[in-house]
Design a protein around this ligand. Structure first.
Ligand code: PRP
Length: 181
């Protein structure tokens, strides 16, 4: 285990199993349809890569990047699109893929932006849901795990851009970001 990680919440095996279950559910729900997966960078890149390889319905992928956190641990509420989609999404079945839903600021803003482009449907998929800190309500269609209010890193999730490469999801030691142990 990495020295800055206090505890492992989800191991590689647990993540793999849950991703396969979500993909199977997506396959069932989109049978006979074509899907467009939209990954919200950067945090979702590993989840997206694993999820798309477990999905068997025909699909395209596209990417968006937004920024809101900076290097702190609390969402500012200000969301900015720093990279937009490359594809036209009009009339498409969209599945937005996130690594974590926290305050809800990012997804509620993104949904508004994407809905205005008139896709045929939009669903939301997040690997982690941290409901305790929700400020804006967001309806999730696919959730990997519901987690407590702890600062988690790994499997794409960062603190100050580090730890994304950890193959598991772990709780960061508070001393790393100046908190009480
Ligand atoms: C994280 C995560 C979501 C957002 C969720 O991104 O990927 O996009 O925060 O938080 P919210 O529900 O409070 O809006 P972050 O801004 O850390 O950027 P990253 O994806 O590049 O790590």
């Amino acid at each position: 285990m990495h020295k800055d990680v206090k505890e492992i919440l989800f191991s590689e095996e647990q993540l793999k199993e849950r991703v396969a279950q979500i993909a199977a559910q997506i396959d069932r729900d989109y049978a006979g349809k074509e899907l467009m997966l939209v990954s919200v960078l950067r945090g979702s890149f590993i989840f997206m890569a694993d999820l798309v390889r477990a999905i068997t319905v025909p699909c395209k992928v596209d990417f968006m990047a937004v920024s809101s956190y900076g290097s702190g641990t609390v969402s500012s509420g200000q969301v900015q699109i720093t990279k937009d989609l490359s594809e036209d999404i009009t009339g498409r079945h969209l599945l937005v893929v996130e690594d974590i839903l926290d305050s809800g600021n990012t997804l509620s803003y993104l949904l508004e932006v994407l809905r205005a482009r008139k896709p045929a449907s939009i669903r939301l998929c997040t690997l982690l849901d941290k409901p305790e800190r929700r400020v804006k309500p967001v309806h999730l269609d696919y959730t990997g795990f519901t987690i407590p209010d702890a600062f988690v890193v790994g499997y794409g999730l960062d603190y100050d851009e580090y730890y994304r490469n950890l193959p598991y999801i772990g709780v960061l030691r508070p001393s790393v970001y100046g908190g009480e142990e």
